[in-house]
Design a protein. Structure first.
Length: 115
């Protein structure tokens, strides 16, 4: 059973920064693709950023140039550095692990950006 534990969310003013962390259980982390998604109230969950097992990254247009995804295979961890935050970035952020055709989700961490 894969478990993902996120941390790092909180309340920040517009223009501020936050760093989200996600730690995964298991010994196969280094061969998994990882991602961050978010869901705002009344909206569908959307992809924010992805990083493959090879280190390739992909970002939603709305966060390009502001957010950076990274991973540390030695720590079974994936990170999302969020800079220049905007009120529209307010959402619950979820960590995702994809491996062997399966997707696993963390419990989510709230990010609130005040104007």
């Amino acid at each position: 059973q894969v478990q993902l534990v996120e941390s790092g969310g909180g309340l920040v003013q517009s223009g501020g920064s936050l760093r989200l962390s996600c730690v995964a259980s298991g010994t196969f982390f280094r061969v998994a693709n990882m991602g961050w998604y978010r869901q705002a109230p009344g909206k569908q969950r959307e992809l924010v950023a992805q990083i493959t097992r090879g280190g390739s990254t992909n970002y939603a247009d709305s966060v390009k140039g502001r957010f950076t995804i990274s991973r540390d295979n030695a720590k079974n961890a994936v990170y999302l550095q969020m800079n220049s935050l905007k009120p529209e970035d307010t959402a619950v952020y979820y960590c995702n692990l994809g491996i062997w055709g399966e997707n696993y989700w963390g419990q989510g961490t709230q990010v609130t950006v005040s104007s």
